[in-house]
Design a protein. Structure first.
Length: 100
C-alpha cells in the first residue's frame, strides 16, 4: 500500500513541475513568428475596409445630391450656408448663373 502512495506522489511532483524555460521561450518565439505573419494581412484588410467605407460615403453623397436636385427644380444644394452672413453680396453674385 505504501509503494502506491509513493508512486502517486512522484507522478504528482512530475506533473507540477510545469514548463522549462526553453519550452516557454520556444512557445513565445512561435507566437511571435505567427503574429509577424498575420499582422501585414490584417493591415491590408483594414485598408480595404477603409476604402469600402469611403466609397460608400461618396455613393451616399451622390445619391442625396441627386434626390435633392430632383425635388428642388434641378438645383443642387448650396455649399455656402455660413458665408452668407459675412459676405452676402459676394455669395449671392457668385451663386447667380450668368446669362451668356
Amino acid at each position: 500500500m505504501f509503494w502506491r502512495m509513493r508512486s502517486c506522489s512522484l507522478v504528482s511532483q512530475r506533473c507540477q513541475r510545469g514548463f522549462s524555460l526553453v519550452e516557454l521561450l520556444v512557445v513565445i518565439a512561435i507566437i511571435a513568428i505567427l503574429a509577424g505573419l498575420l499582422l501585414p494581412s490584417l493591415a491590408r484588410g483594414k485598408r480595404a475596409a477603409e476604402t469600402v467605407v469611403c466609397l460608400n460615403n461618396l455613393k451616399q453623397f451622390a445619391c442625396v445630391w441627386h434626390l435633392y436636385a430632383d425635388e428642388n427644380e434641378e438645383e443642387i444644394a448650396p455649399n455656402y450656408p455660413r458665408m452668407t452672413a459675412f459676405f452676402p453680396s459676394i455669395v449671392t453674385e457668385a451663386a447667380r448663373p450668368t446669362a451668356e
